[in-house]
Design a protein around this ligand. Structure first.
Ligand code: GRF
Length: 199
């Protein structure tokens, strides 16, 4: 199975995927930012990298077309959004329907969007976490593949909570990619995901 990983920054989730020993050929890591730290990490692990700079394109549709062209060069079975911070057009999302997944640092459907850890603290929730889901045109709404829960502790600040969640992101993202690679994920008509071999 061949995958392409899209990043925008640090790339720690990407790194966790590349180092997880998955039955996956990582054809390319693509960043929309030329200064993304994760590009050097990927190159250091021997994975090809590319930049499709959103600044070089006039509008979302033009950027998404350039991004799709770069992705399609590799003919991936799976497109992985690993801290990719651009909202994608409906056309782009439809092109990769059922073969594009994202990690979100909250327990969806709670806290879609940005600043999830600060919002979780402000809401006073006792548990928080992360979600891997299929990408659909509406942001952070697609069928949920796997989630991990962490406690919110009394003395947590945004950084401590983010670190606790991130450790779980690095655990469940490789799990979801493995399930996809093994052909074990099935999205029902009700948009619920069934995982073969998982109750
Ligand atoms: C992660 O928390 C991810 O869930 C969110 O952005 C962060 C990216 O971190 N979308 P990294 O680039 O994977 O280190």
């Amino acid at each position: 199975m061949k995958a392409v990983v899209l990043i925008s920054g640090r790339g720690s989730n990407m790194e966790a995927l590349l180092k997880a020993g998955l039955p996956v050929e990582f054809a390319c890591v693509i960043s929309n930012r030329p200064d993304a730290q994760g590009l050097a990490v990927a190159a250091g692990l021997g994975v090809a990298t590319a930049v499709v700079d959103h600044k070089g394109h006039d509008g979302r549709a033009a950027f998404d077309a350039a991004l799709a062209a770069e992705i399609d060069r590799h003919a991936p079975d799976l497109v992985i959004l690993a801290g990719f911070m651009r909202v994608l057009t409906t056309d782009f999302v439809r092109r990769y329907a059922d073969r594009m997944i994202n990690i979100h640092p909250a327990l969806l459907p709670a806290f879609p969007g940005l600043h999830t850890h600060a919002r979780a603290l402000a809401a006073g929730v006792r548990v928080h976490g992360c979600t891997v889901h299929f990408v659909t045109p509406e942001v952070d709404v697609g069928p949920i593949i796997v989630q991990a829960v962490v406690p919110v502790l009394a003395d947590d600040d945004e950084a401590s909570l983010a670190a606790r969640v991130l450790a779980q992101e690095h655990r469940i993202f490789p799990l979801a990619v493995r399930w996809f690679a093994e052909g074990r994920l099935h999205v029902g008509a009700d948009a619920r995901v069934r995982v073969d071999g998982v109750a």
